[in-house]
Design a protein around this ligand. Structure first.
Ligand code: HEC
Ligand code: HEC
Ligand code: HEC
Ligand code: HEC
Length: 230
């Protein structure tokens, strides 16, 4: 991220950023759209401070790293900011509410209402950040994770029925760890494979007996998208 921030003035000569002083939130969104959507609301001074912290953190400053880590995908990002996808149909986000799977009261002193998110149990919810392809809406389009594209175009058309939340949260009570290959249980669900091998000698010409092996590997991707991807 620090490298990308520096690219704004080192490489992207039409970005309008000549030095770190010109950094504003909109210049960071081609990455932060998914990595830290809250950045869009930063005042110019906040955006500049974040850029400085990212560079310091990259250069080994632990204090800066601790502050940068706080700008993450926290509860509010999923349970409010990203809880409504179709805003013409379902309306704007209520900033005083927490969104979950049902309506009701919420115990928190600040967010007292629980509203139902129409999407939180569906793949499109995760698709907001796990990408379909290039993000053409930015003046400098970026492309990073594209798992949702693969889910829509490969997994579903070949008969897949599960949503991201099934494999990454609901099964095995994985819950909010939302793990990928770092978790042994996910690695086991990823592939079916079999290997058959037969060794034999092949007489190439008289006196020239060559050891040969025939190996048949069958591999089936059982994940809901291509792997590796994101
Ligand atoms: C990456 C997105 C994401 C983040 C971050 C996240 N959640 Fe969730 N949360 C979900 C999803 C998705 C579900 C629904 C899972 C399902 O459908 O099985 C959920 C469900 C829940 C539920 C059950 C909701 C209900 O109405 O039944 C609670 C409670 C909850 N989350 C609390 C939290 C808290 C507290 C945090 C922060 C510590 C948090 N979540 C962070 C995505 C997230
Ligand atoms: C606000 C954007 C956002 C949303 C919404 C979101 N993710 Fe992510 N997710 C990310 C980012 C960014 C990362 C990479 C974090 C990093 O490594 O810095 C990530 C990482 C992951 C990983 C990899 C974890 C690992 O161990 O490497 C998985 C799996 C994942 N997300 C699944 C999901 C699922 C399933 C949902 C929906 C329930 C979801 N995400 C919703 C942005 C999001
Ligand atoms: C049918 C089950 C299944 C579904 C559905 C599914 N995944 Fe996965 N996903 C997996 C498995 C298994 C892995 C671990 C792959 C491995 O070990 O390399 C994985 C890996 C991942 C990773 C890490 C991949 C990498 O290479 O870094 C991300 C991110 C992810 N999934 C996100 C999602 C999102 C977002 C969705 C919904 C659009 C989704 N997954 C739907 C099973 C699923
Ligand atoms: C469409 C949303 C989206 C955008 C835009 C985006 N990313 Fe990502 N990025 C993700 C997700 C989701 C993951 C996690 C995928 C996984 O774990 O497999 C990720 C993973 C990464 C990783 C690997 C992190 C790790 O812990 O392994 C890096 C580095 C990264 N992104 C940098 C960037 C940079 C730099 C930009 C801007 C040029 C950018 N991303 C733009 C969604 C996005």
């Amino acid at each position: 991220m620090a490298g990308t921030v520096e690219s704004l003035w080192k490489e992207f000569k039409y970005s309008g950023v000549k030095s770190i002083n010109d950094i504003t939130a909109d210049k960071l969104m081609f990455c932060m759209k998914c990595h830290a959507p809250q950045v869009q609301y930063l005042e110019p001074s906040g955006a500049k401070e974040l850029a400085e912290l990212l560079i310091k953190a990259r250069n080994g400053d632990e204090e800066a790293w601790k502050k940068v880590e706080q700008v993450n995908i926290n509860c509010l990002i999923c349970h409010q900011e990203k809880a409504i996808v179709h805003k013409w149909l379902d309306g704007d986000i209520d900033r005083n509410a927490i969104y979950g799977k049902k309506e009701g009261a919420h115990f928190d002193a600040k967010y007292k209402v629980l509203k139902k998110s129409p999407v939180i149990g569906s793949a499109v919810f995760c698709g907001q950040c796990h990408g379909t392809g290039p993000n053409f809406e930015f003046p400098e389009p970026s492309q990073c994770a594209t798992a949702y594209g693969s889910y829509l175009h490969a997994y579903i058309p070949s008969g897949g029925t599960k949503v991201c939340q099934d494999c990454h949260m609901r099964e095995d009570n994985l819950g909010h760890k939302i793990p990928a290959y770092r978790d042994e249980r996910m690695v086991k669900k990823a592939l079916d494979y079999s290997v058959e091998a037969m060794g034999y000698y092949y007489l190439h010409k008289p006196g020239d007996l060559r050891p040969t092996v025939r190996v048949v590997v069958k591999m089936k991707n059982k994940a809901g998208h291509r792997i590796p991807d994101g």
